[in-house]
Ligand binder design. Sequence first.
Ligand code: ZN
Length: 220
Amino acid sequence: MNKHKIAVVFYTLMSTSFAYADQGDEICFPLYKATGAIPGTSECQSLANTARVGMGTFFCTSEPDRIERYCLPKCSVPPLAPVTAAADAYENGEFSRSPDLGNVSSAVNNGLTCIQQRIPRAFPTSGYRPQEYQNHLREVWDKWQLLKNDSSAACATTKLNVKNEFTQHRMVHQPGLTSRHSSGNAVDISGVPEAVADTTAAACSMSRPVSNDHVQYEPH
Ligand SMILES: [Zn+2]
């Protein structure tokens, strides 16, 4: 290989070696592996740095990004999307501790009042939820299902974040893609004994139409 060719190969590898995998990974990863560097371990990066490189492969140890990509492989489940402004009041703000009953229909509010008159210890846990917040809840549910049995180092950080969210939201079933909550036509009510829930709901012009969601009440 003449000098010119080496320069071209080198430039091609350098210019494509940033955030994403490229053919240079196929060259470098076996060299890292040969040092005993094991992805996900704390000494991986320092070991990989000692890889035996030659003229055509010295880029393998001159690019921290590439070593990091070898040592900290990406989790196949992307991190949770940030909570949007529209959902933030529900995630962190005024509605994170008390439900939004200002944006549900009067039929929902009347039904809730009626149920609370009959069952004094009944209390609402969720009222109106914007679609953006519904999306967030569903994302947390779905990603937890993908990660709960994952023990890979690559997914550890994402898993911890998803777990914290999952614990915080206390979900017992997968949130729907859309929800009657997002149109102001549903309220979640806790504290109603299961044995009288349907008769109480009916007496208050409400019902529980979502079979896997025992706390969701909607007006007829
Ligand atoms: Zn959340």
